[in-house]
Ligand binder design. Structure first.
Ligand code: MEZ
Length: 534
């Protein structure tokens, strides 16, 4: 029992109300109530944490301050431009930057289409947010469901801001993606008769979340990584892209890589480039803790933007309602939404539910912030923060003993390490910085606004509008990774070797920084969080 003292006393309120909550659904909010709680409590609606970009193609756009700061940075190559006319260290058709799920999926499709492929990744192959996604991947492949219904959920959840063609591509490819993964060896949870077990996530109107227990991302990444290695695709690890190389026509034609171990700069020439560098949670917007991987420092956004790629909805950040709050070692770590999907309920200090357990993430997070900060009904923690309960033991009462061990084994172990048995004790949670809803603007093939530069995964924007639903990220990395890989390979086949390689866009960007005084000595991309021990 990790809950002692005051918290130990407060747990009793949760226990007292538990049986009265089994099978009873707290009312969902009306659209007006949702709008109201978002406007008052969601961090994206608080103008304080934003500023306008002073330079680049989206000059004037509103960005979180921390993101604007990394966008407005000097290139690492400012005083040390490599000789691009010399033979490049790597020379391929398709250069993929990033070794998470999107990069791996893109590599497999590009290779299958006959292209020569290189994956360059900042850390180790598979060290990425894909690995850390837990609860599942959405696809409308059951009889009571269709991609059209999935589409309505996606755009409703996205506050109707999604680019329709991208949302359409997402849902239409989804059933095929599940089959593709399964054929490669991903082990999804199934019933004894072989049908997939699917459950709800926040904001879904059908049970379409396919999972591998609560380590779905790790299982998908395992499959993809094995397949990439089996296909003999070259992967260079600990090599971060620090800037894109363009050709004489302004098309993407490679990247300058920085080897983190040897500290050498290497050039990679390519006919096409796929940016699959992931998100930016490690920028810790507004000081929030994050569920994100260590490498999530917005690198791809920074170098893509410098090369002229447009961004969309970069001011839209997702705070996952259920980040760990206590014990302190769990602060910010993901408590998977599958926990809510199985019926766990958010409760205040009185043991009272205050929000329907499957509201979308933006609404659920806002309701928690309201409970803690306006209604002052959060559970005060010895660490000085306020939190709310997520009543996990109710899952056992609803679905039967053993459900948590079977369906949430990773979650159970994560809390058990610190003395909390989530089968009998509720969790303490608070919103955590989870996802960047926007990113570099793409089309249905993953093509950015810079010719021959593709983007897939969290670095891409427009698919999810301003609020992504659970399980649509593991889906989008595969959908747009595959689309980008295929298209890039196709384009590469039609092209001759790019000529006139240059880094002239850096000079232009630096001139803008100089003229506006925007950079203030900062160098980017960041590559590792500022608290890294180097
Ligand atoms: O899509 C996600 O972000 C996801 C699966 C996270 C989770 O809560 O498990």
């Amino acid at each position: 029992m990790a809950y002692t003292g005051n918290i130990g006393e407060l747990v009793k309120k949760v226990e007292e109300s538990r049986t009265s909550r089994v099978g009873v659904h707290y009312p969902r909010m009306t659209q007006e109530e949702r709008r109201d709680v978002l406007e008052k409590f969601h961090p994206d609606y608080n103008t304080d944490g934003f500023r306008n970009l002073k330079v680049g193609v989206n000059k004037g756009a509103r960005l979180p301050v921390e993101m604007a700061d990394v966008f407005e940075t000097w290139s690492r190559l400012r005083d040390r431009k490599p000789d691009l006319q010399a033979d490049p260290v790597y020379d391929v058709d398709v250069l993929i930057i990033g070794g998470g799920g999107a990069g791996a999926a893109a590599a497999l499709e590009a290779k299958a289409a006959g292209a020569s492929v290189l994956i360059a990744t900042k850390l180790r192959f598979g060290d990425a947010n894909t690995m850390m996604a837990q609860g599942g991947i959405q696809a409308a492949d059951k009889e009571n469901d269709t991609p059209a219904i999935h589409y309505l959920d996606v755009v409703g959840g996205g506050r109707f801001e999604n680019i329709p063609e991208l949302a359409r591509a997402l849902v239409m490819d989804a059933p095929l993606v599940i089959k593709w993964l399964e054929d490669m060896g991903t082990m999804f949870d199934k019933k004894e008769d072989g049908t997939m077990i699917t459950i709800h996530g926040g904001g879904t109107s059908r049970k379409r979340m396919h999972a591998a227990r609560d380590y779905t991302g790790a299982e998908i990444m395992r499959t993809l990584r094995d397949e990439v290695l089996n296909k003999g695709i070259t992967v260079v690890e600990f090599c971060a892209a620090v800037d894109l190389i363009l050709d004489q026509n302004g098309r993407a034609a490679g990247a300058v890589l920085f080897n983190l171990e040897t500290e050498q700069y290497l050039s990679a020439r390519a006919k096409t480039v796929i940016m699959a560098t992931g998100g930016s949670g490690r920028l810790h917007y507004r000081g929030f803790p994050t569920s994100n991987h260590y490498g999530a420092t917005a690198d791809g956004l920074v170098i893509g933007y410098r090369a002229g790629a447009k961004i969309i909805y970069a001011d839209s950040i997702q705070y996952h309602p259920t980040g760990g709050a206590y014990p302190p070692q769990l602060l910010g770590l993901l408590v998977t939404e599958k926990t809510r999907g199985l019926g766990a309920t958010p409760l205040n200090i009185k043991g009272e539910q205050f929000v329907y357990h499957l509201e979308t993430r933006d609404v659920a997070s806002s309701a928690i912030l309201k409970e803690c900060h306006e209604r002052k009904l959060g559970v005060p923690l010895p660490t000085g923060i306020s939190s709310v309960w997520l009543d996990s033991p109710i899952i056992e009462l609803t679905h039967g003993e053993g459900t948590i061990e079977r369906q949430l084994p990773a979650m159970m172990r994560q809390f058990q390490r610190f003395g909390v048995d989530i089968r009998t004790e509720p969790m303490l949670i608070y919103p955590t910085l989870h996802y960047q809803n926007g990113g570099l603007l793409i089309d249905e093939n993953g093509l950015s606004t810079v010719e021959n530069l593709y983007v897939a995964g969290e670095a891409a924007g427009g698919i999810h509008g301003t609020n992504r639903l659970m399980g649509n990220s593991l889906l989008d990395i595969i959908v747009f990774g595959r689309r980008a890989g295929r298209h890039a390979a196709f384009v590469s086949k039609e092209m001759s070797v790019p000529a006139g390689l240059n880094l002239d866009h850096l000079d232009a960007f630096h001139r803008e920084l100089e003229a506006t005084g925007a950079a203030d000595g900062r160098v980017g991309p960041m590559l590792l969080p500022h608290y890294t021990h180097r």
